[in-house]
Design a protein around this ligand. Structure first.
Ligand code: SAH
Length: 248
């Protein structure tokens, strides 16, 4: 039994893209000292094997508010880690945590530990298509209307940003990827695109193709895939590179 006056702490941790060697030392330390680790089933799996006495609590998709409130409650008297894949600020739980703290005037003791986001590892697998300005867009329309997402893609494309596309697909959302590809093709038919699946995990794969050929790979794309869409400057020769402008 925890004594009621024991002071708790909440860590909001980014566990990185999968490879446990890409966890920060701070994240590892926090996970080891936690009494509870709360996260989506998929992310709890990714930290399997890390030595900790923590009780692991996993919840499925769509339970984010429930998961976060549970973390607040437990963190009153316990050390709790709320984990997100990659970085917790990038389509992870940090935004929600801050919103709830603001809304409830919660005076919880918390610390955020950043993580390596998927775009960072996908980029280096492909060469370095992200070496200049880039945009990050999620195709998930669970919280944002699809028309808004489409508008953002259009603006990123017309601004000639390299674009990292998160959440490109999931059960029931295959058409969204097809529609996004159609928008990209309107402007970037000849541009290069890298598709990276399961980056840093044992089953990692990637494909590089022209935007015009993207439709062929729709079935390759799943929930653990990220796309990096090159801009008008991005070149391919075994690797993708968007030149930074050095005179070479
Ligand atoms: N917070 C995470 C992103 C969560 S959203 C981060 O910073 O990376 C989930 C999406 O991230 C997935 O649908 C996929 O597009 C991308 N993603 C996360 N891990 C990945 C990996 N190891 N390889 C490829 N894409 C990944």
């Amino acid at each position: 039994m925890q004594s009621q006056d024991k002071k708790g702490k909440l860590y909001i941790i980014g566990i990185g893209p999968g490879d446990q060697e890409l966890l920060t030392l701070k994240a590892l330390k926090a996970l080891k000292e936690s009494e509870y680790i709360i996260g989506h089933n998929r992310y709890i799996k990714l930290i399997e094997g890390i030595e900790t006495d923590a009780k692991k609590i996993s919840k499925g998709m769509g339970k984010e508010i429930e998961r976060t409130n549970m973390a607040f409650e437990l963190a009153k008297n316990n050390t709790v880690s709320l984990i997100s894949g990659g970085d917790p600020a990038i389509y992870g739980l940090l935004g929600l945590v801050i919103e709830l703290i603001m809304k409830n005037n919660n005076d919880i003791d918390y610390e955020v530990i950043p993580g390596i986001s998927a775009f960072s590892v996908a980029n280096i697998r492909l060469g370095c298509p992200i070496s200049n300005d880039f945009a990050v867009i999620s195709l998930s329309d669970l919280l944002i209307p699809w028309e808004v997402i489409k508008k953002r893609i259009k603006h990123a494309v017309s601004g000639d940003f390299v674009i990292s596309i998160y959440n490109p697909s999931s059960r029931g959302r295959v058409n969204r990827l097809k529609e996004a590809i159609d928008v990209l093709k309107e402007y970037r038919l000849d541009c290069w695109v890298g598709i990276v699946k399961n980056a840093t995990r044992s089953n990692e794969e990637h494909i590089i193709c022209r935007c015009r050929d993207l439709d062929k790979y729709i079935d390759f794309v799943d929930m653990s895939t990220i796309l990096i869409v090159g801009n008008s400057e991005t070149k391919y020769n075994d690797m993708l590179i968007t030149p930074r402008g050095y005179k070479l």
